[in-house]
Design a protein around this ligand. Structure first.
Ligand code: APR
Ligand code: PHB
Length: 390
C-alpha cells in the first residue's frame, strides 16, 4: 500500500489530523492497534479550549459538539470553606471553553472518517516504522499472519504515551523530561445531575477534589488519593463521603449521589519528549507529552500539535514549502511547555503533598490569595485555561 501520510494511532490526535488532511486531498491511513469499541470505551477528560473546538469545526466534526457541548465562561475554586469564581470570559477578553466528553469527540471523529470513507485500520498488530531518516519511510503491521507494508512520505506518531513511535527515536537523540506526582486521581462517572453548573476545583487539607460534568445528567467527579490506593479500596459510598468532606458545606449538601458507572484511578505525571521530529517521523499528542489533568490541558496540548502539522503538510504538498515541517518541533514544544507550566502550577497550588513543609503550605495559600487579589493573575490563569494562541 502507498499513501502520503501514515498515522500511527486512532485516538483524537490521529483521527483529527487524518480528517483535516483528507479534506485537503492529502491521502493518509490511520493504524490503530485496538478495536474502535475499545478506543471509545476509554473515559477521558472533557474540557476543550476554544482553539480545539475551532479545529473540530474546520474538520467538519463540530456539529454534535456545538449541539450537545456546553459553553463555560468560568469555573470555581473552592478553598477555606468558600467558593471563588474565575470569570474566564471577563479575564480572557471574551473567550470560553467547551465542556464535551473526549469519548464523544472521538466518536464524532470516527463517524466523520466513516462518512469520507477514510482509511482507518483497526487491530493493526506490531506496527513498526522503518527508514525514518530516508526520503522513503515505510511502516509495517501485522493483519493476522500477514505482514502489510505501507510506503509513505511521512509517519505521524499519534500513538499515545505507550506507543511505538517515540521509542523509534534513537536514545542518543531523544531527550526526556519527567516529573511524577506522589498521588493519583480517583475518578467516578455517575448518571446524576451535576452539583454545579460550572466546574469546581477544590483545595482541601484532606486532598484535592474536582466536580465536573459531561452533560446535565452525567457528572464526573475526582478526588486525590495516595498512589498506594487501589480502585477496589473505594466503595461508591466511601467515594461520595470523601468528596463531600472536601467541598464547602453549601456544595456538599446539594450533591446528588448515585451509583458509579465508571470508577478508576489515574496517576499524575508531567512528561515531555524532545525533539518531536526525527527524520520523517513527527510526534503528536500524548506520544510526545503528558500533563497532570489539573489544568485540563491533555487533549488541548494535542490540538496545537495537530494544527501545526496540518498546516505544515498543506504547505509541503500544495506549495513545496517545508518551513512548517522544519519548524514543527520547536514551534510545538514552545506551546507544549507553556501547557506543562500551567498544568504544573495548577497541580502544585491545589493538591496536598505528603512531604510538604509548613512553608510550602503557606506558599500554596499565598498563591491562591494572590490569584484572587490580582486582575493580572486572573488574566494569566484565564488566558492559559481558554488556550494560548496556536
Ligand atoms: N500501534 C497502533 N496504535 C497504537 C499503538 C501502536 N503501537 N500504541 C498505541 N496505539 C493507539 C492507542 O490504542 C490509542 O488509541 O494510539 C492511540 C493513542 O491515543 P491517545 O492515547 O488518546 O493519545 P492522543 O490521540 O494523543 O490523545 C491525547 O488522550 O489520553 C488522552 O489525556 C490524553 O486527552 C489526551 C488525549
Ligand atoms: C473532566 O471533566 O474529566 C475534567 C475537567 C477538568 C479537568 C480535568 C478533568 O481539569
Amino acid at each position: 500500500m502507498k499513501t502520503q501520510v501514515c498515522i500511527i494511532g486512532g485516538g483524537p490526535s490521529g483521527l483529527l489530523l487524518s480528517q483535516l488532511l483528507h479534506l485537503q486531498g492529502i491521502d493518509n491511513v490511520v493504524l490503530e492497534r485496538h478495536s474502535r469499541e475499545y478506543v471509545l470505551s476509554r473515559i477521558r477528560a472533557g474540557v476543550l479550549e476554544h482553539g480545539f473546538a475551532e479545529l473540530m469545526r474546520e474538520a467538519r466534526c463540530g456539529d454534535r459538539m456545538d449541539r450537545e457541548g456546553e459553553i463555560h465562561e468560568g469555573f470555581f475554586i473552592a478553598h477555606d470553606s468558600r467558593l471563588d469564581r474565575v470569570d474566564l470570559h471577563r479575564y480572557s477578553g471574551g473567550s470560553s471553553v467547551v465542556v464535551y466528553g473526549q469519548t464523544e469527540l472521538t466518536r464524532d471523529l470516527y463517524d466523520a472518517r466513516d462518512r469520507m470513507q477514510g482509511k482507518v485500520v483497526h487491530h493493526a498488530e506490531d506496527v513498526k516504522p522503518h527508514d525514518l531518516t530516508s526520503a522513503t519511510p515505510h511502516v509495517t503491521y501485522r493483519d493476522g499472519d500477514e505482514v502489510v507494508r505501507i510506503d509513505c512520505d511521512f509517519v505521524i506518531g499519534a500513538d499515545g504515551f505507550h506507543g511505538v513511535s517515540r521509542k523509534s527515536i534513537p536514545k542518543g537523540v531523544l531527550r526526556e523530561y519527567e516529573k511524577v506526582y506522589p498521588f493519583g486521581w480517583l475518578g467516578v462517572l455517575s448518571r446524576t445531575r451535576p452539583v454545579s453548573p460550572e466546574l469546581i476545583y477544590a483545595k482541601h487539607e484532606r486532598g484535592f477534589a474536582l466536580c465536573s460534568l459531561r452533560s446535565q445528567v452525567l457528572s464526573r467527579y475526582y478526588i486525590q488519593v495516595p498512589l498506594s490506593d487501589k480502585v477496589e479500596d473505594w466503595s461508591d459510598d466511601a467515594f461520595w463521603a470523601e468528596l463531600q468532606r472536601r467541598l464547602p458545606g453549601e456544595v456538599a449538601q446539594r450533591m446528588i449521589t448515585g451509583p458509579s458507572i465508571e470508577k478508576s484511578i489515574a496517576p499524575l505525571r508531567s512528561y515531555v519528549a524532545e525533539p518531536m521530529r526525527y527524520g520523517n517521523l513527527f510526534l503528536a499528542g500524548d506520544a510526545a507529552h503528558i500533563v497532570p489533568p489539573t489544568g485540563a490541558r491533555g487533549l488541548n496540548s494535542a490540538a496545537s500539535d495537530i494544527y501545526y502539522l496540518y498546516h505544515a503538510m498543506l504547505a509541503h504538498y500544495r506549495d513545496g514549502d517545508d518551513s512548517g515541517l522544519d519548524g514543527y518541533s520547536a514551534k510545538a514544544l514552545a506551546r507544549v511547555w507553556k501547557a506543562q507550566r500551567f498544568s504544573w502550577w495548577m497541580t502544585m497550588m491545589l493538591h496536598t503533598f505528603p512531604d510538604s513543609i509548613d512553608y510550602d503550605k503557606r506558599l500554596q495559600d499565598t498563591d491562591l490569595a494572590y490569584l484572587f487579589s490580582s486582575e493580572a493573575a486572573l488574566r494569566s490563569l484565564a488566558e492559559n485555561y481558554v488556550g494560548l494562541p496556536f
